[in-house]
Design a protein around this ligand. Structure first.
Ligand SMILES: *Cc1c(COP(=O)(O)O)cnc(C)c1O
Length: 403
């Protein structure tokens, strides 16, 4: 069998049309640079949507993957394996957690988190206590349960009937949560910084307030750290930056550095509610995934790497603010660490995608977070010189759109 010449045009002939990928096909990456089929080079400030936390082709990750590949690839959970236990041990040592469930994506980690929250309430208080409070504009994944908990109705449209007992409050508005919470509430689910919803950080006191409300009503506090986790904010998890500890935390994206893996972290006591046979995943805890994630975690948790995120953040924020001011395109640059959003000014509302496309033309990959925010989520170890070059190219892109 010969391989056909692969082109972007073929995408539309063979793929379900749920994505609208850009017009180039990247074929190779090294650090924070990527090359497409034509050999054109890009600086990567997108990081595969906050995933390639150590850039492309990191030698440590390559080593972890290939050495595990020579040993054993897969067992399923009929057997356990060394990389999974090692990674769980490390995640517990680095966090509040005492127990870990492995999944393959953020959506699956959240699915486990929400099922555990319900099962825990069912076990200790009975079936009435099943309500989940989440937030408008939040994003938790694309399974039916996670789009239902997510606060963007367009992602649920046409897929109903949805799971019941889910209510949405306004992010950063404790009063709106107080109106919904009761002894029927089993969990409050929140992103410490809303990612897909526009890089919106929790306001001071908000997460503390949620913690208090949960304690008062015997509800669990679930932090979705799929986007904010594993060094993204300059802390290993964002909850450590905010100083508010959840009962359950979901993590994925940066955790695998590009290898699909997700995890749900919780306490020993809460974990008891997911007894033998209550939940599972064939691939969850796969040795290849866990070996790669182990290396990611070992590197990212080093204090100098986390400190480096802060330095890079400052430079990137300054660069974006300067461009924003010069061309009048951004009202502000918000977020934390290397999860930053340039919020488009009045005049450029709805035009985020234009800046992304102009960026590609000029050789810099950026992301959007909704129609009004240009999002950056690069490698946590992106070289400073790549940041400088990216800002030069992004300014050219902005000049083209707005100049
Ligand atoms: C990306 C994301 C998810 C979904 O993760 P997948 O790996 O795409 O399933 C869930 N929650 C948040 C906050 C995310 O950013």
């Amino acid at each position: 069998m010969t391989t056909p010449a692969i082109t972007r045009a073929m995408f539309d002939d063979v793929m379900v049309p749920n994505y609208a990928p850009g017009k180039i096909i990247p074929v190779r990456g090294q650090g924070s640079r990527v090359w497409d089929q034509e050999g054109k080079e890009y600086v990567d400030l997108a990081g595969g949507i906050a995933v390639t936390s150590l850039g492309h082709a990191h030698p440590g990750l390559l080593g972890a993957l290939t050495s595990q590949a020579e040993k054993i690839w897969h067992l399923s959970n009929v057997m356990t394996n060394e990389p999974a236990i090692h990674l769980a041990r490390t995640l517990c040592d680095l966090t509040f957690a005492e127990r870990v469930f492995f999944a393959n994506s953020g959506g699956e980690a959240n699915e486990a988190a929400f099922k555990l929250a319900r099962r825990h309430a069912w076990t200790h208080f009975g079936p009435e206590k099943h309500e989940i409070i989440a937030f408008r504009n939040s994003f938790h994944g694309r399974t039916l349960f996670t789009v239902s908990v997510g606060g963007q109705p367009k992602y649920l449209e046409g897929f109903e009937p949805a799971p019941q007992g889910i209510h949405h409050a306004d992010f950063n508005d404790l009063a709106s949560v107080e109106k919904l919470i009761s002894d029927k509430t089993c969990a409050i689910v929140v992103e410490p910084i809303q990612g897909e919803g526009g890089i919106m950080p929790a306001a001071p006191g908000f997460l503390e307030g949620l913690r208090e409300l949960c304690d008062k009503h015997n509800a669990l506090l679930v932090f979705d750290e799929v986007q904010t986790g594993v060094g993204r904010t300059g802390h290993f998890y964002a909850y450590q930056k905010y100083g508010v500890t959840p009962d359950i935390l979901s993590t994925a994206k940066s955790l695998g550095g590009g290898f699909p893996v997700g995890a749900m972290l919780t306490t020993a006591k809460i974990a008891e509610s997911l007894g033998v046979g209550t939940h599972g995943s064939t691939y969850g805890g796969n040795p290849l995934a866990c070996a790669v994630a182990q290396r990611v975690v070992d590197i990212v948790s080093q204090p100098d790497v986390l400190k480096g995120v802060e330095a890079r953040s400052t430079r990137l924020r300054q660069g974006m603010e300067a461009i924003g001011e010069k061309y009048g395109v951004f009202d502000q640059v918000r977020g934390a660490g290397l999860l930053l959003g340039g919020v488009l000014s009045e005049k450029w509302q709805g035009k985020a995608k234009d800046f992304l496309n102009a960026g590609l033309d000029e050789g810099v990959m950026v992301l959007i977070a909704g129609p009004n925010v240009v999002r950056l989520a690069p490698s946590l170890i992106i070289p400073e010189s790549d940041i400088e070059e990216a800002m030069v190219r992004f300014e050219r892109a902005v000049a083209k759109v707005a100049g």
